[in-house]
Design a protein around this ligand. Structure first.
Ligand SMILES: NC(=O)c1ccc[n+]([C@@H]2O[C@H](COP(=O)([O-])OP(=O)(O)OC[C@H]3O[C@@H](n4cnc5c(N)ncnc54)[C@H](OP(=O)(O)O)[C@@H]3O)[C@@H](O)[C@H]2O)c1
Length: 249
C-alpha cells in the first residue's frame, strides 16, 4: 500500500476545478504549489486553503523552462513531490473543423496538450523519488467521443487521454500511477458565458443529458483526490468519466 501524499503541484489552480482540487487536497493535509497565469486568482485560492506552507507561482504551462524552475524549486524546498494534477486547460473557440481558426487551433493544443506534457516532464524526475506518486490529468467527455463544435478542444483532450495511458505504461512499474478524469459539463469560467448564451431549450436538453444535472467543481475534485490517494493504489492508466450520467446513454 502506498503512503499518503504530502506534496502536490496543481496547474490551473486559480479557478474552477483547479481551485476545488486545491481545497480538497489542502483539507487532506497536502502542501501545494498552485500554478496559473493570473497571480491574483491564485492568491484567492491560496487564501481559501487550510494548512500552511502552500506556494503560488504565476507561470504559463506552455513555458516549459519557467515551469520546470517553479516545480524544481517547490520539490527541492519541500523534500520532494508526490503528485501532479495537470488541470490547466482552455477552450478558446467552439467550432467545426472547417471553421476553426489557426490561432485557436494552435493555442488549444499548446495549452491542453503541450502544457500537460511540460508539467509531466518537469514533475516526473521528482515523482520517481516519491514512493507513492501519481499524476492525474483532466480530459473531458469531449475527448472520449465526438462532440458538436469541438474540433480543436475534443482532439486535444483525446490526446491527453492517450498521453496519460502512455505515462502509465512507461512509469507505473517505477512507482508513478497516472489516471485521467473526464468531466461532463461543470459550470466554470471555461464555459459560463457560453452556457449563459445557449437558447433555453438547448440548455435544458444539455442539463437533461446529464442525468444528475450539471456538475460542480467539488464533485470533480473528490474523484481527483481519490485517484491521488492510497485508496486508488491499484489504479493506473484508467480513464474515468465524472459526468452525472452524460456518457451512459
Ligand atoms: N468545466 C467543464 O465543464 C469541464 C469539462 C471537461 C473538462 N474540463 C477541464 O477541466 C480543466 C479545468 O477547467 P475549469 O472548468 O476549472 O475552467 P477554468 O475555471 O477556466 O480553469 C482553467 C484554469 O486553467 C488556467 N490556465 C489556462 N491556461 C493556462 C496556461 N497557459 N498556463 C497556466 N494556467 C492556465 C486558468 O488560469 P489563468 O487563466 O490565470 O492561467 C484557469 O485557472 C480544464 O482542463 C478543462 O478543459 C472542464
Amino acid at each position: 500500500m502506498s503512503q499518503q501524499i504530502r506534496t502536490a503541484v496543481i496547474t490551473g489552480a486559480g479557478s474552477g476545478i483547479g481551485r476545488a482540487v486545491a481545497q480538497e487536497f489542502a483539507n487532506n493535509g497536502v502542501r501545494l504549489l498552485l500554478v496559473g497565469r493570473r497571480l491574483a486568482m491564485l492568491k484567492d485560492t491560496l487564501d481559501s486553503l487550510s494548512g500552511d506552507g502552500h506556494s503560488v507561482v504565476a507561470v504559463d504551462v506552455t513555458n516549459a523552462g519557467e515551469l520546470k524552475t517553479a516545480i524544481d524549486d517547490f520539490a527541492n524546498s519541500n523534500n520532494g513531490l508526490d503528485c501532479l494534477v495537470a488541470n490547466a486547460g482552455i477552450n478558446p473557440q467552439r467550432a467545426a473543423a472547417a471553421d476553426v481558426d489557426a490561432d485557436a487551433w494552435g493555442e488549444t493544443l499548446r495549452v491542453n496538450l503541450d502544457g500537460v506534457h511540460n508539467s509531466c516532464q518537469s514533475a516526473i524526475p521528482h515523482l520517481l523519488k516519491s514512493g507513492s506518486a501519481s499524476v492525474v490529468t483532466i480530459g473531458s467527455i469531449a475527448g472520449l467521443k465526438g462532440m458538436v463544435a469541438r474540433a480543436a478542444y475534443g482532439p486535444s483532450k483525446a490526446a491527453v487521454i492517450n498521453y496519460t495511458q502512455s505515462l502509465a505504461t512507461d512509469y507505473s512499474r517505477q512507482g508513478i500511477r497516472a489516471n485521467c478524469v473526464c468531466p461532463g459539463f461543470v459550470v466554470t469560467d471555461i464555459n459560463r458565458k457560453w452556457l449563459e448564451g445557449l437558447p433555453s431549450a438547448k440548455r435544458e436538453s444539455l442539463e437533461e443529458r446529464h442525468l444528475l444535472g450539471l456538475g460542480t467543481p467539488p464533485q470533480v475534485a473528490s474523484l481527483i483526490w481519490f485517484l491521488a490517494s492510497p485508496g486508488a493504489s491499484w489504479m493506473t492508466g484508467n480513464v474515468i468519466a465524472v459526468d452525472g450520467g452524460y456518457s451512459c446513454h
